[in-house]
Write a protein that binds this ligand. Structure first.
Ligand code: HEM
Length: 417
């Protein structure tokens, strides 16, 4: 029997449901509805949606699935969105969306420069930055945690690690917002006949800027920045090409920004709604790592990832024919009671927290140590320093994104910082 005729097409409209205002605020009831059905084929997206924890974990290691999901999305797009004079690196795919052996080669080279040690060196400067941001935010009676703390921190940190001149950091905020649409996967990319979409302009500008930075650093390497370390990275005589280097730097800037912003903002929101856990964190900053892991499970910044089926793949009773997309709804899997008992409860004190918030397998998030460091320092400083914080609006407004879940504002009142 052909896989295509054996699908469950019983009227599920995942994207439509998730875009409804109530689901923007709280998508978890929709996920629960999906999980109750097991893996289900969704015609609307020509995709198999998988919600069980064990299924997601298994599929993330399944060699029949490819990370080259852009092939699926590109099939529906105009041929080449970039202008002819765009730098060649804009067409260099990110290793996030590559398979072995190309992925293995690039990841190995990048990991040799972007190490846990490189990240650990940042601890005191990240802590100082968090304090400066909170000092500044506290100048008014209410402040927006998103723009005042969560948004600036990750971009400033990665720009400083890379060695981007401080005066240019603000350029990256605009570019990152435009390129984040590429990561979301379901965002409207705003393609119009004739006019160049914003994300294409942003991407071209960012690649040009990073290309100049790399050329500059090649002429005069420094001892202590990540671009110089990436330039020096070598594995058995192999090095990153100029375009691979630019593409990787853009990936680090984009993949690490909105995600960490949402970790901090989703975290502050969860703590404000659970004052007992906020007080516990204030009394014992040593619990911050557990708080971060629980947020990655309970309200993860990356809600889903996707893979392309290289061949027909059966998951439980459902099937994905070769060439279709398999959507792994990580945020739904985290609330699978088989993985985490009482999954709808926010509880940083869980004996064991199981999550796929940084992915799993060969594409496990390269920036996880940095994201954990920033999350830990930002949330513990918030708990320690902000007196009597309270939400001005609950629920706060959310962004349109389906995958990169986060608020568009998180205004709080406080009694001092
Ligand atoms: C991969 C989540 C922060 C760089 C991933 C993946 C997830 C993820 C789920 C796997 C995607 C897949 O398998 O399809 C997150 C979250 C973050 C975060 C939730 C913040 C809370 C960062 C940071 C950086 C970063 C700070 C770097 C500065 C990367 C890279 C990959 C990746 C380079 C690709 C790894 C590979 O394909 O081998 N991230 N990330 N991420 N992340 Fe993160």
């Amino acid at each position: 029997m052909s896989l295509a005729t054996d699908r469950d097409t019983s009227g599920f409209h995942l994207v439509g449901k998730l875009l409804e205002p109530a689901s923007r605020i709280d998508p978890y009831p929709v996920y629960a509805e999906f999980r109750a059905r097991g893996p289900v084929w969704v015609d609307e997206m020509s995709s198999l949606v998988v919600t069980g924890y064990r299924d997601c974990e298994t599929l993330l290691r399944d060699p029949r699935l490819s990370a080259e999901r852009w092939r699926f999305f590109d099939a529906g797009r105009s041929a080449d969105p970039y202008p002819p004079d765009a730098p060649p690196s804009v067409r260099q795919p990110w290793f996030l969306s590559m398979d072995a052996p190309d992925h293995t080669r690039l990841r190995r080279l990048v990991s040799s420069a972007f190490t846990a040690r490189t990240v650990a060196r940042m601890e005191s400067s990240v802590a100082r930055l968090v304090d400066d941001l909170l000092d500044h935010a506290a100048e008014s009676e209410t402040f927006d945690v998103l723009s005042g703390l969560a948004y600036s921190l990750p971009m400033t940190v990665i720009c400083r690690m890379l060695g981007v001149p401080q005066a240019d950091e603000r350029l990256f905020h605009g570019w990152s917002a435009q390129l984040t649409r590429l990561l979301d996967g379901f965002s409207d990319l705003g393609e119009t006949d004739g006019a160049t979409p914003e994300w294409v302009r942003g991407s071209v500008e960012m690649h040009r800027y990073v290309g100049e930075l790399v050329t500059d650093r090649r002429k005069s390497p420094r001892r202590d920045d990540l671009i110089s370390e990436l330039l020096a990275a070598e594995d058995g005589g192999d090095v990153l090409s100029h375009d691979e280097l630019i593409s990787t730097i853009v990936l680090l800037l984009v993949a690490g920004h909105e995600t960490t912003v949402n970790l901090i903002a989703n975290g502050v929101l969860a703590l404000l709604r659970h004052p007992g856990h906020l007080a516990a964190l204030r009394d014992d900053p040593g619990t911050a790592p557990a708080v971060v892991e629980e947020i990655l499970r309970y309200d993860p910044p990356v809600q889903l990832t996707a893979r392309l089926a290289r061949e027909d793949v059966r998951v439980g009773q459902a099937e994905a024919p070769a060439g279709s997309l398999i959507i792994l709804l990580l945020a739904a899997a985290h609330r699978d009671p088989e993985a985490n008992p009482d999954p709808d409860r926010f509880d940083p004190g869980r004996a064991q927290v199981r999550h796929l918030g940084f992915g799993f397998g060969s594409h496990f998030c390269l920036g996880a140590p940095l994201a954990r460091l920033e999350g830990r320092l930002a949330l513990s400083a918030f708990a320690r320093r902000v007196r009597e914080p309270g939400l001005v609006a609950d629920p706060p407004p959310y962004r349109e994104h389906i995958n990169l879940r986060g608020v568009s504002e998180l205004r709080i009142a406080h009694a001092g910082v």
